[in-house]
Design a binder for this molecule. Structure first.
Ligand code: SAM
Length: 228
């Protein structure tokens, strides 16, 4: 039997209009949608009047769910995997499914679109010709080591951060890296989109005392010269 195709479908990071025609076509055509956040994906599907069976596929159930999805693909079903927002596989569990599909020679097709880190980088004004995407920093173990390693990184550094840790992380950036230029990109493409640029000390001052609700990308100037 010919296996089905696994489609990695990028979805909007906020504004529901930020989806490609092709993504809408694929979501309308597949047998099943594996979604990181089924409630958020349902809003998107309803907006585009797409009605499809959905299963949840998120960190913590990905190891258990992967064999089940691979079996369906082997049986000839086509599956679209979507992140809660943005591009599947970027700081989300789609990676495991991709690895498992490769191992079974299942065709995998990317359907490109939005990703929060690319939008933050292009709007940052920091050098874009070379950059390093670090995703979420380790929360405890390995965090200090990571900051020490990144201190001498000369490329622009991009991090994902949660709202309740953003000020703490900015303070650590100031401690480990000095008063570098940073850009805090909040709620990109959404109603309360905000881009704060400046030296990390001034950005901390600007954000302190304000609500930090929302989703964040931090873009940090690379080291201008190696310090050791
Ligand atoms: N796969 C997604 C992508 O391609 O960007 C990222 C998934 S990751 C689990 C979620 C993180 O992405 C959030 O915690 C935040 O750091 C960032 N993010 C997602 N949407 C965002 C937005 N609209 N504005 C700023 N950051 C966003």
């Amino acid at each position: 039997m010919t296996p089905g195709t696994l489609y990695l479908v990028a979805t909007p990071i906020g504004n529901l209009d930020d989806i490609t025609y092709r993504a809408v076509k694929i979501l309308s055509a597949v047998d099943l949608i594996a979604a990181e956040d089924t409630r958020r994906t349902k809003i998107l599907l309803d907006h585009y009047i797409i009605s499809k069976p959905m299963v949840s596929y998120f960190s913590f159930n990905e190891r258990q769910r992967t064999p089940e999805l691979i079996e369906r693909l082997i049986q000839g079903q086509s599956i679209a995997v979507v992140s809660d927002a943005g591009t599947p596989g970027i700081s989300d569990p789609a990676f495991y499914l991709v690895r498992a599909a490769i191992a079974k020679s299942i065709p995998i097709v990317p359907i490109p679109g939005a990703s929060a880190f690319i939008s933050a980088l292009i709007v940052s004004g920091l050098p874009t010709e070379r950059f390093v995407f670090e995703g979420f920093l380790p929360q405890k173990k390995g965090r200090k080591t990571k900051f020490e390693l990144l201190r001498t990184e000369t490329r622009t550094i991009i991090l994902y951060e949660s709202p309740h840790r953003v000020l703490k992380t900015l303070t650590e950036i100031a401690t480990y890296f000095g008063d570098r230029q940073v850009v805090v990109a909040r709620e990109l493409t959404k109603k309360f989109e905000e881009i704060v640029r400046g030296a990390v000390s001034s950005v901390i001052r600007e954000l302190s005392g304000k609500s930090t609700r929302g989703e964040y990308v931090l873009v940090i100037e690379g080291a201008t010269r190696l310090t050791e």
